[in-house]
Design a binder for this molecule. Structure first.
Ligand SMILES: Cc1ncc(C[n+]2csc(CCOP(=O)(O)OP(=O)(O)O)c2C)c(N)n1
Length: 361
C-alpha cells in the first residue's frame, strides 16, 4: 500500500454539522436510524452519569472524577462499535465508555471512591482496569490483541488514550509493535486540546495526531469528536478492518474537555472562558437531538423513556456510592499476581504486624 493511503483526511470526518444537519461524505456510511437513536439514548445517559459523578465528588462521596462532559460522543461510540468478543482498554476519563460496555456504574466508580482495586471484574465485560499512568494501557491492549491473533480469535481491541498520552514512550512502543505484528487494535485518541494545562500546540508539531500513524505504517483518520454519527462510522470501519485482518489503525477525535481536568484542577488558570463557550455550541448531545428531531425520529414518548432511564442510572449511582466503605488493607495484596510471590507474602505479613501493633485488626 503506498504510504499516502495511510494519510488522514484533510479535515476531520463529519456526517452531522454543528446544527445536526447531514453532511454528505461519499466514503462513509451513515449509521442506521436505530443506531442513531441508541447513540442518542447513550449520550443522554452518559451526560447524566457525568453530572451525577460531579455532584458525588462535591458531596465527598467520590475522591476524584475526571469528567468526560462534552466528550460523550467519543465515549458512546467507542463502546457501541465493539462486539461481545472484543476488549476495551480505557483511561481514567472513560467511565462512560466502561458503563456503555455493560459494567455496573457503581462498580465502575468504586475505584474513584477509593475502594477495592479496579471495582469490577475485567473479564466479565472485557473491559481492562482504568489506568492512571498515561499510555501504559496501550501496551497491554496490544498484548491482548496479539494474543487473540495467535489463538485465532476474531477479537478486536479498542485502546483509548488522550492527546497528552501520545507524548509517552509507551504510545510509540505500542503503535510500533501493533503495526509490525498486524495486531487487531484500534488506537482511539481523544484529542480534547489539553493535557491538564498543556495545550496541544506544546504536545506536538505534527500536522495532526492521526498523522503519527503513518510513520508506523498504519492508517490514521481524523474525525469530529462531537459528531456521534461520524464517530460510529469511522470507528466502526476501523474495527471492521482490524477484524478482517487489516491490522491496527489510529483514529483521532477532535473534541474538547468542557469541565476541569478533575475536581482538583482550576481550568480558568490556563484557558479562556470564550474558548469554552465556543465549544458549547458544538455539544454532541444537542447535535444528535437536533438531527433526530429534524427527521421525526425522536418521539415525545421515547424522550421520556430515555430521561427516565438516565434518572434511574443516577439514582442507582447515588444509592450505591453513598454507602460508607471500610477497605481492608490486606486486600492491597490480592490480584497483584495470579500466583503471589514470596516477597508479596512477606510484605502482607509485615503490614498485618504493623496494623496489629497499632491496634487495627
Ligand atoms: C506516565 C504519566 N505521566 C504523567 C502523568 C500525570 N498526568 C495525569 S493526567 C495528565 C494529562 C493527560 O492528558 P491527556 O493524555 O490529554 O488525557 P486527558 O486527561 O486530557 O483525557 C498527566 C500529565 C501520569 N498520570 N502518568
Amino acid at each position: 500500500m503506498p504510504s499516502h493511503e495511510f494519510l488522514p483526511s484533510e479535515q476531520p470526518v463529519q456526517l452531522l454539522d454543528q446544527d445536526g444537519r447531514r453532511v454528505e461524505d461519499a466514503g462513509r456510511v451513515f449509521p442506521s436510524d436505530e443506531a442513531m437513536l441508541r447513540a442518542h439514548e447513550e449520550l443522554v445517559v452518559g451526560r447524566r452519569i457525568n453530572e451525577q459523578a460531579y455532584a458525588l465528588v462535591r458531596q465527598g462521596r467520590l475522591a476524584v472524577y475526571p469528567s468526560s462532559y462534552g466528550q460523550e460522543a467519543c465515549e458512546v461510540a467507542a463502546a457501541m462499535v465493539l462486539g461481545d468478543q472484543d476488549w476495551l482498554f480505557p483511561t481514567y476519563r472513560d467511565v462512560v465508555s466502561i458503563i456503555g460496555r455493560g459494567v455496573d456504574p457503581v462498580e465502575t466508580l468504586t475505584l474513584l471512591k477509593g475502594d477495592w482495586h479496579c471495582g469490577y471484574d475485567p473479564t466479565e465485560h472485557r473491559v481492562a482496569p482504568q489506568t492512571t499512568p498515561l499510555a501504559t494501557q496501550l501496551i497491554h491492549a496490544v498484548g491482548v490483541a496479539h494474543a487473540a491473533t495467535l489463538r485465532g480469535d476474531d477479537t478486536v481491541v479498542m485502546a483509548m488514550c488522550g492527546d497528552g498520552a501520545t507524548s509517552e514512550g509507551d504510545f510509540h512502543e505500542a503503535l510500533n509493535f501493533a503495526a509490525v505484528f498486524k495486531a487487531p487494535v484500534v488506537f482511539f485518541v481523544q484529542n480534547n486540546e489539553y493535557a491538564i494545562s498543556v495545550p496541544l500546540a506544546r504536545q506536538t508539531v505534527a500536522p495532526s495526531l492521526a498523522h503519527k500513524a503513518v510513520g508506523y505504517g498504519m492508517p490514521g483518520e481524523r474525525v469530529d469528536g462531537n459528531d456521534v454519527a461520524a464517530l460510529l462510522s469511522v470507528l466502526g470501519d476501523a474495527v471492521a478492518a482490524a477484524r478482517a485482518g487489516g491490522g491496527p489503525s489510529l483514529v483521532e477525535a477532535h473534541t474538547y474537555r468542557m469541565q476541569a481536568h478533575t475536581n482538583a484542577d482550576d481550568a480558568t488558570r490556563y484557558r479562556a472562558d470564550d474558548e469554552v463557550e465556543k465549544w458549547q455550541d458544538r455539544d454532541p448531545l444537542l447535535r444528535s437531538e437536533a438531527y433526530l428531531a429534524g427527521c421525526d425520529l425522536l418521539t415525545g414518548e421515547r424522550t421520556a423513556e430515555i430521561a427516565a432511564r438516565a434518572e434511574s442510572v443516577a439514582t442507582a449511582m447515588r444509592d450505591g456510592l453513598m454507602l460508607d466503605v471500610e477497605p481492608d488493607p490486606a486486600h492491597l495484596f490480592d490480584h497483584v499476581y495470579a500466583t503471589p510471590t514470596p516477597q508479596l507474602g512477606e510484605q502482607a505479613a509485615f503490614l498485618a504486624d504493623e496494623l496489629s501493633r497499632e491496634g487495627v485488626s
